[in-house]
Ligand binder design. Sequence first.
Ligand code: A3P
Length: 319
Amino acid sequence: EEEEEEEEEVSPKDFVATLAAREGWSQPLVQYKKYWFRPGLLERILLVRQAFVPRADDIILATQPKCGTTWIKALAFTITNRSRHGLDDDHPLLTRHPQHVVPFIEIPGAGADHPDIHALPSPRLLATHMPMSLLPPGTRSVGCRVVYLCRDPKDALVSRLHFENKVFKGANLSMDGAFGMFCEGFSPYGPFWDHCLEYWRASVARPDNVLFLKYEEIKSDPVQVVRKLAEFLGVPLTEEEESAGVARAVVRLCSFEKLTSLQVNQVGGVRHSESVHVSNSVFYRKGVVGDWANHMSHEMGDKLDRIVQHKLDGSGLVF
Ligand code: A3P
């Protein structure tokens, strides 16, 4: 309570400027209510907490970066828009990047064609990397539905390392360095486990509002996840759709293979600043489960597993 008041007395910009930055990742991070953010982003989150007006039928796709945001955006977009666009030759995903068809609440202009989220027609499909405890308070009280996607932390870390070294000019992070920071809970939007745990607990307490998914689960049975998603989002597959193989068609359209074959996902990108360029292709690397073993030792893998198990102990959530 007190902290909230303190934060409101000054502008988000001035407030963020009072926080000590810690170096290590390609950009310094500041800590707010146990989570680590780039300062500019925390400022946006604080602004959004004041200005975002949630609607009861908003759907929020929440992830930590590198846990499959692009994939869940593609899947949720395709499922919720299928009566409008079908799944045919003129589908928007054939010419637009999944990251661009679903805007982030807290990241303006993350895509060249990002609309003003306040002007979007209902029901809105929105994305966020915010921890659940920092979502604008109204999102819970009006009953927005939230889909959370997480991933084996070892694979998320390896994916993050590659992303940082590609996106931030001059970044040259080592696996050892990134591993040490990640294990301490010091990572963008981290501690990784706390971010997962908040959404996990909410999904247990309010299953109609929060759906908790894992990257590995989509990989192993994507058709079943499409059904589950459609159901949760209030647009279950009809019998006719089932017999027409719609779930399979959605999976195919959103697959790594299909998306990476499209020009829109191979060329172009968004320049955020002189030193930050996010190319459209950077969101696709390998798209597999278990690639961590090619980048860190088994001892490192075991160590991270033990840390995460300890942090999640008793919650019912396991990786
Ligand atoms: P890897 O680096 O392990 O390959 P995010 O979208 O949250 O930034 O996550 C990116 C990760 O998801 C990358 O993981 C990327 O390859 C993978 N990914 C992107 N699109 C995917 C898809 N359609 N299916 C499966 N994985 C996908």
